[in-house]
Write a protein that binds this ligand. Structure first.
Ligand SMILES: NC(=O)c1ccc[n+]([C@@H]2O[C@H](COP(=O)([O-])OP(=O)(O)OC[C@H]3O[C@@H](n4cnc5c(N)ncnc54)[C@H](OP(=O)(O)O)[C@@H]3O)[C@@H](O)[C@H]2O)c1
Length: 262
């Protein structure tokens, strides 16, 4: 198979509806389950599990989204220069074609950005303002009211999705469907994946497994919080083998769908 076009062929933008937006997530991990390493306060993606091939597929997933869900932690890291900006499509040579693909497929030039945060303590990135992307904020009912008011006053709608401080999967997805979003890409981490699985809201998981054992003392895996029990059952729906990247070791591109309770 040619790598370019592999994931846009899934046409995720056509799979959702107002009552059931198509919610998908992706991760890249190592054979020993690491998605990030922790050095003191700082987290980073282990460079040995990254590759241009995986990045291209990530951009193809992004291209199919009505909205990207990101979070406060990412925006703080972005502002501090610790992470790259991945909130726009078509800003690099490798994804120029995907801008045209979006327009040909009836999607807006850039996806909307939904920012999940309990603290509501993050800056709106300059790139998002420059590209005039639609921005919404999602939080829980216990969020600091002065910060909710401040975002509303600046014209950013705040979705209350959950009774605690954190965003819960079901109320968030319900609200995004009501707002007209059909394909929702979670550019988030273990907490959001866990809440979406727990609430039965995840439609599909794309997982790249680099054939490397990374090791390291402190690390993150894909999930966090209490055991997921039955909500963590997934069925493989496709698997591709890339024998070259990363760094000659090889990797799998796997696609999973959660198993709904019988
Ligand atoms: N390899 C991969 O594919 C991959 C994918 C994703 C992440 N990662 C890495 O894994 C590490 C951990 O991920 P992470 O930073 O995303 O950790 P996380 O613990 O999942 O999320 C951290 C932040 O996201 C916000 N957040 C997440 N879920 C939320 C919810 N349900 N409600 C409200 N706010 C929520 C919070 O923001 P506030 O503090 O503003 O409240 C929190 O600080 C990072 O190094 C990350 O880069 C790797």
């Amino acid at each position: 198979m040619a790598l370019a076009g592999l994931y846009v062929a899934d046409a995720l933008h056509r799979l959702g509806s107002a009552s059931a937006p198509f919610v998908y997530a992706s991760f890249v991990g190592s054979l020993d389950g690491r998605i990030a390493l922790q050095d003191g306060e700082a987290n980073h993606l282990p460079v040995e599990i990254t590759s241009e091939n995986d990045f291209r597929l990530f951009l193809e997933l992004q291209a199919q989204a009505d909205c990207l869900v990101t979070h406060g932690g990412y925006l703080r890291d972005l502002a501090a220069g610790r992470l790259d900006d991945v909130l726009q499509i078509g800003t690099r040579a490798v994804d120029r074609d995907l801008v045209r693909w979006r327009l040909e497929n009836g999607l807006s030039a850039q996806p909307a950005i939904v920012i999940a945060s309990a603290s509501l303590d993050f800056p709106i990135p300059a790139s998002v303002i420059r590209k005039k992307q639609r921005v919404l904020i999602a939080t829980g009912r216990q969020a600091p009211q002065d910060r909710v008011d401040a975002f509303c006053a600046r014209g950013y709608p705040v979705i209350i999705a959950g009774d605690g401080a954190s965003v819960e999967g079901a109320p968030l997805v319900r609200e995004l469907g009501t707002l007209g979003f059909r394909s929702v890409y979670l550019l988030t981490g273990p907490r959001m994946l866990s809440t979406m699985l727990r609430d039965g809201m995840l439609s599909r998981l794309y997982l790249t497994i680099a054939h490397r054992v990374v090791g390291g003392e402190s690390f993150h895996t894909m999930a966090t919080g209490p055991r997921l029990e039955a909500a963590g059952r997934l069925r493989l729906s496709s698997l591709y083998y890339d024998s070259a990247a990363p760094d000659g070791a090889g990797q799998w591109f796997a696609r999973f769908e959660p198993l709904r309770p019988a």
